[in-house]
Design a protein around this ligand. Structure first.
Ligand SMILES: O=C(CO)[C@@H](O)[C@H](O)[C@H](O)[C@H](O)COP(=O)(O)O
Ligand SMILES: [Zn+2]
Length: 194
């Protein structure tokens, strides 16, 4: 296949995954926005985490809340747990990489804050431990997952929400995660600022 054929095939695969996802993720995305808006309204914050491309997504989301999305509005409280290289390297070096987010959640998380946990497999140990730490500290969890939801899908409880993309391909799952993040940002602004 030519390079153009390959590119067009990737576009089609991304479009197909988004169409299949739309039917199943709209409702959990809407419920997640409700939790996020309620947390921000009561003065709580949103923490976000993930590895690799999902680390970038976690940062992308926090930056849009703290800075702005599509309109001018007051700053919103969000922290990506993927950005403090001193904390990340110390925790990974002195303890274990699987603790990099959990230790920050135990340090920074307060009851009724919300954790946005991002993992396409649902099985990354650092994100699994983040969800466990969030539960211990009384944070609500919104999880962006894929495949079969993995260990994170099994761990969620109570008012937690899983947004599981129906795909087994990491890149396609990430493409839907980013769209979900932009849905969060758009609708949080709508709900909070009209
Ligand atoms: O962006 C990509 C692949 O598209 C990679 O960097 C990917 O995020 C990494 O392999 C992650 O470690 C995968 O972790 P996870 O999504 O299974 O939690
Ligand atoms: Zn990627």
């Amino acid at each position: 296949m030519s390079i153009n054929d390959n590119i067009q095939q990737l576009f089609r695969a991304s479009i197909d995954t988004k169409q299949q996802a739309q039917a199943v993720v709209t409702e959990p995305i809407a419920r997640s926005i409700g939790l996020m808006v309620a947390a921000l309204r009561r003065g709580n914050k949103i923490l976000s985490c993930g590895n690799g491309g999902s680390a970038a997504d976690a940062q992308h989301f926090a930056a849009e809340l703290v800075c702005r999305f599509e309109r001018e509005r007051p700053e919103l409280a969000a922290i990506a747990l993927t950005t403090d290289t001193s904390a990340l390297t110390a925790i990974a070096n002195d303890y274990d990489f699987s603790e990099v987010f959990a230790k920050q959640i135990r340090a920074l998380g307060q009851a009724d804050d919300l954790l946005l946990a991002i993992s396409t497999s649902g099985n990354s140990p650092s994100v699994v431990q983040a969800v466990e730490a969030a539960h211990h500290k009384g944070l609500q969890v919104v999880a962006l997952t894929g495949r079969d939801g993995g260990r994170i899908g099994e761990l969620l409880q109570g008012s937690d929400i899983e947004i599981r993309v129906p795909s087994k391909v990491t890149a396609r799952i990430q493409e839907v995660h980013l769209l979900a993040i932009h849905c969060f940002c758009h609708q949080i602004d709508e709900e909070l600022f009209g």
